[in-house]
Ligand binder design. Structure first.
Ligand SMILES: Cc1cc2nc3c(=O)[nH]c(=O)nc-3n(C[C@H](O)[C@H](O)[C@H](O)COP(=O)(O)OP(=O)(O)OC[C@H]3O[C@@H](n4cnc5c(N)ncnc54)[C@H](O)[C@@H]3O)c2cc1C
Length: 136
């Protein structure tokens, strides 16, 4: 994040995979910025519970760029800055072991998507003390 000296507050709308990770990344990189996450449901990551048939296939070791059908160049910068190894490292550094299965698919060793959400929830609310507003 560059030239952020004048940014004091960021509001992230949507507590799904993208919003929660964006919120905690902002807070980790710029701890002095106040981050507020607004979620319309009564809990974060609701869709994540059902991913990977309840096991959460949270990343993949294969190169994602080859799967992007239109304008893959747009994603070069993103995928060079944040790879599947960063995802694994994030969760393992928060105590959740990850295993690799057929096709490079990666799951929490516990096979429970709720454990993935618990890591995100704990980091957001307990560790980073982010303000999360639930609209329901
Ligand atoms: C059955 C199923 C299985 C899947 N399995 C996998 C898998 O194994 N691996 C994988 O990588 N992906 C999987 N996916 C895809 C994955 O779930 C999505 O790519 C991912 O959840 C998208 O995250 P997101 O944050 O972009 O959106 P969402 O998870 O949809 O989050 C958006 C959030 O914003 C909130 N919101 C929306 N509008 C507002 C508003 N106006 N105000 C406040 N809050 C708002 C919503 O309530 C929601 O919490 C699966 C999807 C489905 C449906």
């Amino acid at each position: 994040m560059h030239n952020n000296n004048n940014i004091h507050k960021v509001v992230v709308i949507g507590g799904g995979a993208a919003g929660t990770f964006a919120a905690l990344s902002i807070k980790e990189v710029c701890p002095y910025i106040e981050v507020i996450l607004i979620e319309r449901n009564h809990k974060i990551g609701r869709k994540l519970y059902i991913t990977g048939k309840g096991r959460c296939n949270l990343t993949n070791t294969n190169n994602p760029i080859s799967k992007i059908v239109s304008n893959p160049k747009f994603t070069y910068s993103i995928f060079s800055q944040f790879t599947y190894k960063d995802t694994v490292s994030f969760f393992e550094s928060h105590g959740l072991d990850i295993i690799e299965e057929r096709g490079g698919r990666m799951f929490p060793k516990t096979n429970k998507s709720s454990d993935v959400i618990d890591v995100i929830y704990n980091e957001l609310i307990v560790v980073l003390k982010l303000l999360v507003l639930f609209l329901l």
